[in-house]
Every structure is written in C-alpha cells, then in structure tokens.
Design a protein around this ligand. Structure first.
Ligand code: ZN
Length: 150
C-alpha cells in the first residue's frame, strides 16, 4: 500500500473512532457522591463538560461526564474517561501533558502508545479552533484534580 493510501486509511479509522465515542459515549452520567467535580465551557463552540471524579487512594477510581457540544469535545471526554480510569494522578498528569503535545502538533506524540485511542484525535492539531474543543475535558480533569489536592 502506498503512503497516501495508508494515511487515508488511518484518517478514516480515526474518524470512525471519534464518531463511535460521540454516538456511544463511555462513562457518561453522574456519580452519587463525587470527591471532586469541575465544569468547563468553550463559548467559541458552545461545548460544555461537567466532570465528576471519585478517588481510590491516589488513583482515579471512577469518573463520569455529562455535557453537550461538538463531536470532538464529546468524543475527547469519552476517550479521556476510559484512559484515566484506574490511573494514578501522576500518570494522569503525564498523559494529559502528552495529549497537549499531540494537540500542539508534536509528531512524536502521534505515535506514542501511552495515548492509546486518544491518538485518533491527532488530526485536530491542524485546526487550532478545534484544539480547545479537544482539551475541554482535560481542563475539567485538571481542575477537578487540583480541587482534590487542595
Ligand atoms: Zn467544539
């Protein structure tokens, strides 16, 4: 397969993954008694994310999000909840920083396995206006973790 064909195939696969998370969001809803929560808005696009987190020691035990907005914002939130569940707060910080690298167009991040399915969002880096959409859930998570740290 030629390079352009391969790139087109990956782009189509990534698009499919984004739409799948948008249509069937993982960990959507609310927690009964969250340890921390945060709300984030992206007025440029109309995206909203409300995030709730329960901790188990130093790890993210469980988390749920609710919200509305574009497919990028909601798919990113869904993917984020999947990848950070069960991770320590230090691991979450590392993944969040790497995801920011990806959104800033860092090519090495696009092949970094630590990002898992989040790599499906790599194409967003070419559209600066949409980077805010993709980072919204991560900003909510950072805010929730800071609240927890006091
Ligand atoms: Zn958006």
């Amino acid at each position: 397969m030629s390079q352009p064909e391969r790139s087109a195939e990956i782009a189509a696969l990534y698009q499919e993954m984004i739409l799948d998370h948008y249509r069937r969001p993982r960990n959507k809803g609310t927690l009964e008694s969250p340890d921390a929560e945060a709300q984030m808005r992206n007025p440029l696009c109309g995206d909203e994310i409300d995030l709730q987190v329960n901790f188990a020691g130093d790890t993210v035990g469980d988390l749920r999000f609710s919200g509305r907005g574009c497919s990028i914002s909601q798919a990113s939130a869904s993917m984020m909840t999947q990848i950070v569940k069960g991770k320590s707060t230090a691991e979450v910080d590392a993944i969040r920083n790497r995801f920011r690298d990806l959104m800033l167009g860092d090519q090495s991040a696009a092949t970094d396995s630590v990002l898992g399915s989040l790599r499906a969002l790599s194409g967003v880096s070419r559209f600066p206006a949409r980077v805010k959409c993709a980072l919204l859930a991560w900003n909510a998570l950072e805010s929730a973790l800071q609240g927890r740290r006091g």
